[in-house]
Design a protein around this ligand. Structure first.
Ligand code: NAD
Length: 345
């Protein structure tokens, strides 16, 4: 803790706010994204006279302290400080990126007593105008729009920029960012997002990035269930999983859930989907359930009928509630759930 406060105060005093970027939420995705950000900024700065710095915050202090310690050691000049709350991040940084679990955490980070908004309020009008907030969390579209409205009301800019590509894409720096905001805000955010991703797509106004993300994950969540069903049924009809996957993937049933994330061991020879490592290292079932719930909720509020989405949500809900071991595995483990359910009949 001493380490973090000392570093934060020294950075806040000695660096120019314009070249400081803040990152809140160093979980599976955030840690990998922030690492790429630091690496690329430090490499770029070798060729310029600009001094940059980073301020990080996570509710779990051990994550930020170890992040700052290890990267400050590896990259001399990284200048990473640890803040004690989101307000400190906002008051020290020109760009503030949040990567949090969902809506309540984003509300807390922005509206909390020591939240981003209270940090922005301590700044001059010019500094407020120069601040860009980027939220990459997958959360409720309406909450994201409310937060962006509050930020813009103060005078700063904000985009929603949820990601597609998972932890592997975050580590490789190949994420797709789905951006919601004005075209000017998109243009402002693009070079920053390009430090962490390879596709930056402007989806429309505030909330549009999230709308696109939620619709995509609605498709994905449903497909992963039905691919599990088909792979299970096919094997019970005597088909070899590799033969069946080969047929589906070269036919009209082909989709990412089958051709990349196939849930059956040996179905994709030469590839390594999560099922080959006991469903570790992918997109958690609990996160997929959260995203299905987001789709169902926004479906309700817009009067959109989502019968398949509802069925898939019921399935993921049962997995998470009754199969604790699968809740924290890749969501393709829904196949194991279907297998268990079938075996118990
Ligand atoms: P995670 O749970 O690993 O990380 C979240 C981090 O936020 C944790 O370090 C936690 O301590 C921190 N946190 C929680 N509440 C906080 C608060 N109030 N203030 C500060 N920090 C707080 O989650 P993740 O897998 O990194 O996912 C982050 C977001 O990205 C989610 O919205 C998820 O849906 C989305 N996403 C995840 C993946 C994936 O494959 N994991 C893929 C695409 C999108």
């Amino acid at each position: 803790m001493k380490f973090s406060l000392r570093c934060f105060h020294s950075a806040a005093k000695s660096s120019v706010r314009n070249n400081i970027v803040g990152f809140i939420g160093l979980g599976q995705m955030g840690h990998a994204m922030a690492t790429n950000w630091v690496k690329k900024r430090v490499t770029d700065n070798l060729h310029s006279n600009e001094k940059s710095g980073f301020v990080v915050y996570d509710i779990d202090t051990s994550r930020t302290v170890s992040f700052a310690q290890s990267l400050n050691e590896v990259y001399s000049g990284a200048n990473i400080s640890v803040a004690s709350n989101p307000a400190e991040v906002a008051s020290a940084s020109q760009i503030v990126l949040t990567m949090l679990p969902s809506s309540p955490h984003v509300k807390e980070a922005y509206y909390g007593n020591q939240g981003i908004l209270s940090g922005l309020q301590t700044l001059s009008n010019e500094a407020i105008r120069n601040t860009l907030c980027i939220d990459s969390t997958t959360l409720d579209v309406n909450v994201a729009r409310d937060v962006a409205r509050s930020v813009k009301h103060l005078g700063s800019s904000m985009v929603d920029a949820p990601v597609s590509g998972g932890v592997a894409g975050a580590k490789a720096g190949t994420l797709s960012f789905l951006v919601g905001g004005t075209f000017e805000e998109y243009t402002q955010a693009s070079p920053i997002l390009a430090l962490m991703g390879s596709r930056i797509i402007h989806c429309g106004d505030s909330g549009a990035g999230l709308a696109a993300k939620i619709c995509n994950n609605l498709v994905l969540g449903v497909q992963q269930v039905v691919v599990g069903e088909a792979m299970l049924l096919g094997q019970r009809l005597g088909l070899d999983p590799a033969v069946l996957a080969g047929v589906i993937n070269s036919s009209t049933g082909g989709c990412w859930a089958s051709s990349v994330n196939n849930p059956v061991r040996g179905a994709l020879p030469g590839k390594a989907p999560p099922c080959e490592r006991d469903y570790e290292g992918g997109f958690l079932t609990s996160l997929m359930l959260k995203d299905m719930k987001l789709a169902i909720e926004i479906g309700k509020s817009t009067g959109t009928s989502l019968p398949l989405g509802r069925s898939a949500e019921t399935v993921y809900n049962e997995v998470v509630e009754k199969h604790e071991d699968l809740a924290k595995k890749d969501f393709s483990s829904v196949y194991k759930f279907l297998e268990r359910k079938s075996d118990s009949k």
